[in-house]
Design a protein around this ligand. Sequence first.
Ligand code: 2YJ
Ligand code: MG
Length: 259
Amino acid sequence: MALLTPQDLEGLTKQLEYNNNTIKKATGMDIADICKQIYSTTLDGEKVGIVPITSGNGIISNFSSSLLTITEYFGLDGDITEHPDVTGYYEAVSSDADIILMADDHIFIAHNMRNGKIATNHVCTGVVYAEIASRYKYADSKDILVIGLGRVGYAGAQHLVKKDFDVYAYDPNRETLEKARKELGIIPYDPEEKHKFSMVLEATPNPNTISEGMVAERCLVSTPGIPCGLPEDIGKKNEIDLVMEPLMIGVASMIYAVM
Ligand code: 2YJ
Ligand code: MG
């Protein structure tokens, strides 16, 4: 999985506001409404302990402060612990945090200390970006395309299958694709095929994964993948609504998931 860089997290609130507007225009709902719908939960000013973690590649300079910005955006009471790692965890629990947020290079979790619920960023990101794509107002059918079946794309595809969409999926790894066909019942998609989609979930860490043959004239591309899989010229030529943001939408989904 790609590690976030400090550059990805610059101007985060602006990025969220911009994307929230796109989401509203494309679905009629904002990001909080979408999360409430998925999990049937609400937020109520919970106290969130954010614990910096030094293992692996270490602390990303603005990661914890970005999480703080996100918690505050959703009206929660966020706090970054003074120390990292186990000492920080102890601090957060001792100061009566309701929810703990912490990430190493492999996994990023939200843990609700009150009800015991735990959620991962990869699943919650897949689910929320899938949900956004599936709510596209201008969709021409129930066909939806998932590109990339890693941890994020797989969770998104699973969510869409459960929601009864006709889920087509592509992954360059044949075994990954076959596994998803067997386990989820997705329809393997061949990029050479002439099948155009009005809803696309792109979940790869690669650029230019979306080609002109895949997208309908009016289409929503929902993607947490950095760099963006949609080439700029295709986006401009067709009327494509693009939801793409590095952290906040996935974190919102994690918080609602553990409520
Ligand atoms: O506490 C810190 O500053 C670091 N240990 C944070 C590490 C952040 N983890 C990642 O970037 C993972 N690849 C997961 C990111 C998921 C974002 N969609
Ligand atoms: Mg609202």
